[in-house]
Structures are given as C-alpha cells and as structure tokens.
Design a protein around this ligand. Sequence first.
Ligand code: ADP
Ligand code: MG
Length: 340
Amino acid sequence: MNRTEIATLGEFGLIDRINQQFVNVLPQTIKGIGDDAAVIDNGGNEYLLISTDLLVEGVHFDLSYTPLKHLGYKAVAANVSDIAAMNGLPRQITVSIAMSNRFSVEAVDELYAGIKAACEDYKIDLVGGDTSASRSGLVISVTATGSVAKNAVAYRSGAKPNDIVCVTGDLGGAFLGLQALEREKQEFLANPDMQPQLDEQAYVVGRLLKPAARTDVVYELQELGVVPTSMIDISDGLASELLHICKQSNVGAAIFEENLPIEDATILAADEFKISHITAALNGGEDYELLFTISQADYEKIKNLSQVTLIGYITNDPTKVEFGTKSGGRFPVQAQGWQK
Ligand code: ADP
Ligand code: MG
C-alpha cells in the first residue's frame, strides 16, 4: 500500500476525495456534502438544514486566552452561522465533548454556561450530545439543525453574472484579535508578572472571542422579501469564501478595496501589528459574517440595510475573480484562509 501525506491534498482536497466515494440515494437528500449545511426534504414547505463542526484544543482554540464560557458560546455561534449561510434559522443543537482529567466539573459548568447563553440568544434547544474522556485536552463538536422555506434556500452555487456581492458587518477584526491575544501570551510566558494590556484591542479581541452569527440579517432579508442568489459564511476569510461561491456558481467576480467594511479599531490594531488591514479583511478568518449575492432587481430593497455593504459584482468569466485597489490596480483574489 502507498502512503500519501494528507498535506498533499489539503483540507478541501481531502473533503473532495471523501465526497467522490459517496452517491446520495435518498430522494429526500437535496444537498449533501459541499455547502454550509446539508439540505433535507421531509415534506412541507420547509427544508431541514444540518451542519456540524469540530473544535480541537491547540488547533482551533488556545485555553490560555480563551475563557471556557466564550468557547462554548462560539462553538454554537459557528454552527448557527452555517445554518444562517443557507438563509436559514437555527432550531436545535447537539453538543459532544471529550476532555482529559485536567478539566473540573466547574470547567464544564463554564463551558455550558456559554452554550446556554448562545441557546438563549439564538432561541434554540440543546437536545443531546455525547460525553467522553480524552487523552489530549478538550474536543467539542456541535451539530445544528435549522429550517428554511423551500423557495428561500441559498446555496453557494446560485450566483449569476451582474449580481451584486454583499457582506454583513465588518471584516478582519477577529484575525487581529488573535494577533493581540497571541502577543499577550508570548509576553506573559516571557514575564509571568505582567498584566495583560488589551484595553486598546478590546474591539478586535471581542470579535475573536464573542462572534455573533448573522441570523439578524437572515430575518431582515426575509422581511424585505429578498432571497440571496448565493450565500456562504465567512469562517476562513472573504477571499477564500468568494472563491467558493465563484467556483460553485461557475462565475467570476470583481470586489473593490474602497468598499470593504473595516472598523477603525481594526485599522488601528492592524497598524500596531504592522499588518495590512486590507489583507486582514481579505484573508483573516473567524469573523462569521455572511457573504452573499443578490440580483440587481433587489438593489433598492437592500441598499439601506445598515449591516450590509455592497463590495462588488459577479462577472461572466470564472477564471477572473478580481480585487480592485483604490489606486485602480486589479489583482486575482487568492485564498490564504485558515486551513484547519
Ligand atoms: P464550513 O467551513 O462551512 O464548516 P467545511 O469547509 O468544513 O465547511 O466543509 C465543506 C463541506 O464538506 C460541508 O458540506 C461539510 O459537511 C463537508 N465535510 C467536511 N468534512 C467532512 C467529512 N469528514 N466527511 C464528509 N463531509 C465532510
Ligand atoms: Mg460555512
């Protein structure tokens, strides 16, 4: 037998390889692997949505600067975000945990206090899970169900030439929050008497530790009668997610630097870390905003939504996914999103 390193395929290559080995046989399976959530038809006017995520200590989170309560909240919010990315609303979650004996009952209480807060905020029920010992730290897996009207489901694959590209909220903050916490950690390790200096970075740290899934925007679009032609959530960075939409929709896109929504606090943090705030907005992960496209006909309906920014448009040529700079340059959008 040959041995192939997983790194030669990468995360997406590996998922493709798994996907190729399975053919869905049930007529109820409307969408399987390949979108933010699976789509299932159990009759009626709505689809059932299912999404799952795995968070591994040391890979996805560092407990030296992530409070367990925040971690619990974020694990739920990340799944709710995947449901929102189908233009759906969340309903139930299951939560599975594996932990080593380093964790106490009080630690579990903290984790679940965060999970409970998220259940209250998103009006969802915790309906099950699994519990196991672990040899290496904490592992959390959350599965969320959701629902969406059949005529309102938004896939990654529906973008059409001339559609408008939109994002919710602002970008790049979570990535800079991570830089701030990593720097504090290194300084603390070098000098344990040091007090953390995070006041100036409060906004970006909050973006990393307390992400909010944009169900608010899903509600707003519903009220306005706007169904996005395509949608994805921004977990790996705007560039990576835009490429997913373009690839699956077989279209190109042009987005523009001057339109990118970036908070002043994010720009200040980027300056401090000598990182381009544009790079942070394009490639920083974990903002959990929504990237979506709408047809030109819906422009008037959404142009006044304060939480939505129009950043560009969809084009015909799938080989051209481009970023236009303020000075008029055009560059190919490249994915440097987090591969984990
Ligand atoms: P997201 O970032 O939105 O959570 P992912 O990139 O993790 O999405 O996953 C993309 C698609 O691949 C999803 O449909 C997901 O369910 C599927 N997927 C990921 N890992 C596996 C796996 N090990 N087996 C089957 N499907 C998978
Ligand atoms: Mg997603």
